[in-house]
Design a protein around this ligand. Structure first.
Ligand SMILES: Cc1cc2nc3c(=O)[nH]c(=O)nc-3n(C[C@H](O)[C@H](O)[C@H](O)COP(=O)(O)OP(=O)(O)OC[C@H]3O[C@@H](n4cnc5c(N)ncnc54)[C@H](O)[C@@H]3O)c2cc1C
Length: 285
C-alpha cells in the first residue's frame, strides 16, 4: 500500500520546525529517519496532511561529552551510535543494544530521537534510557524542558512529550568504574523486534552486587523497571542463589499480557531467562 498524498516542508532550524508544528497542529507529523513513520503511513495507520522533515536542522546530530554525561542529539542514527567510540566507552549499555535494533539498512536511517518519540514498548532505547535514568530534552513553543526517563514513558506509544514539542536530545550518565552493563534480548530471527529484552545496569561493591536497575522491553505498554528483582540482588554475589532470588521476585514486577507472540507465562519465563543470563554474565566478567 502507498501513503495518501501529503505536503512536505524541510525547516532549517528548530524555531521554524516548531512554528510549522503549531501552524498545522494534529495534521502534521515530524519526519526523522522515516523508518517507523513511513511504514505506518504505507499501512494507512497514519495520514498526516504534512510531514515536517527535521533532518536538515543543524545541532541535532551531535554527540557531546560533559564531565558526567553524554548528550546525544535526536538525529543521531542507530549506525552512528554504534560507530561512536564515545558511546562505546561511556554508555556501553546503549552501545550493546544498537545491533539488536532492526537491520543495517534501517539502522543507517533511523534515529535515537525517533525511537524515543515513538516509544514502541518493544524498542531497545526506551529500556536502556530507563535503566540508566537518562534525561530526555524537549523543546516546544513554551521553551525547553528536561524529563527524566522514569517520568517520560507514560503508556502505549504515549510519552510526556506534547504534540507540539520536539525531542532534541537525550543525555546519559557516563558509566562509572564500579558499574557493569548487560543488554540481552530474545527474538525469533535476528533483526526482529524482541519477544522480550533486558537492559541491566549493575553497581558492584567488591565482588557483590550493590544495586541493580533492570529495565525490560516487550513485557508491557512501556519499558518496565523490575524494582523487586533489583532489590533482591542487593548485597548478593552474582551466583545461582542470586539468580533464584531475583527470578522469584520478578513475578512481583512484571505482569505481561499474552499475545500473538506468546502467553503471559511464556513471557514471564523469557524475562527470567534473560535475568539469569545477565547475572551469570556478571559472574563471568
Ligand atoms: C522492519 C523494521 C524493523 C524494526 N525493528 C526495530 C527494532 O528491533 N527495534 C527498534 O527499536 N526499532 C525498530 N524499528 C524502528 C526503527 O528503529 C526506527 O528507526 C525508529 O523507531 C524511529 O526512528 P526514525 O528516526 O526512523 O523515526 P520516524 O519514523 O521518522 O518517526 C517515528 C515517530 O517519531 C516522531 N518523531 C521522530 N523524531 C522526532 C523528534 N525528534 N521529535 C518529535 N517527534 C519525532 C515522528 O513524527 C513519528 O511519529 C524497525 C523498523 C522497521 C521498518
Amino acid at each position: 500500500m502507498k501513503a495518501p498524498a501529503f505536503d512536505y516542508q524541510k525547516p532549517g532550524n528548530i524555531d521554524e520546525a516548531l512554528a510549522l508544528m503549531q501552524q498545522h497542529g494534529a495534521g502534521a507529523q515530524v519526519l526523522a529517519g522515516g523508518q517507523s513513520l513511513m511504514a505506518i503511513m504505507n499501512l494507512g495507520l497514519a495520514t498526516p496532511e504534512i510531514l515536517i522533515d527535521i533532518t536538515g536542522i543543524k545541532g541535532l546530530s551531535d554527540i557531546t561529552l560533559t564531565d558526567s554525561q553524554v548528550r546525544i542529539g535526536a538525529l543521531v542514527t542507530h549506525a552512528r551510535l554504534h560507530a561512536s567510540a564515545e558511546v562505546a566507552r561511556h554508555v556501553p549499555l546503549l552501545w550493546q543494544s544498537v545491533p539488536h535494533v532492526a537491520h543495517m539498512a534501517i539502522r543507517n536511517a533511523g534515529t535515537i530521537g525517533g525511537s524515543l518519540a515513538l516509544a514502541d514498548p518493544a524498542a531497545e532505547y526506551p529500556a536502556v534510557a530507563l535503566a540508566l535514568d537518562a534525561t530526555i530534552s524537549l523543546q516546544g513553543p513554551a521553551g525547553a524542558r528536561e524529563v527524566a526517563a522514569s517520568d517520560y514513558f507514560l503508556g502505549l506509544y504515549e510519552t510526556a512529550r506534547a504534540n507540539d514539542e520536539l525531542v532534541v536530545a537525550v543525555s546519559f550518565p557516563k558509566v562509572r568504574p564500579d558499574q557493569r552493563m548487560v543488554f540481552d534480548e530474545l527474538t525469533r530471527r535476528r533483526g526482529d523486534y524482541a519477544l522480550c529484552g533486558l537492559a541491566a545496569a549493575f553497581q558492584m561493591q567488591g565482588g557483590k552486587i550493590g544495586s541493580a536497575r533492570l529495565a525490560y522491553l516487550s513485557v508491557g505498554d512501556t519499558p518496565v523497571l523490575a524494582s523487586s528483582a533489583g532489590a533482591a540482588l542487593a548485597g548478593c554475589a552474582p551466583d545461582e542463589a542470586a539468580v533464584a532470588a531475583a527470578q522469584s521476585a520478578l513475578a512481583k514486577d512484571l505482569s505481561p499480557r499474552g499475545d500473538l507472540h506468546g502467553s503471559a507465562s511464556s513471557k514471564l519465563h523469557w524475562a527470567k531467562v534473560l535475568l539469569a543470563r545477565s547475572i551469570r554474565q556478571l559472574g563471568e566478567s
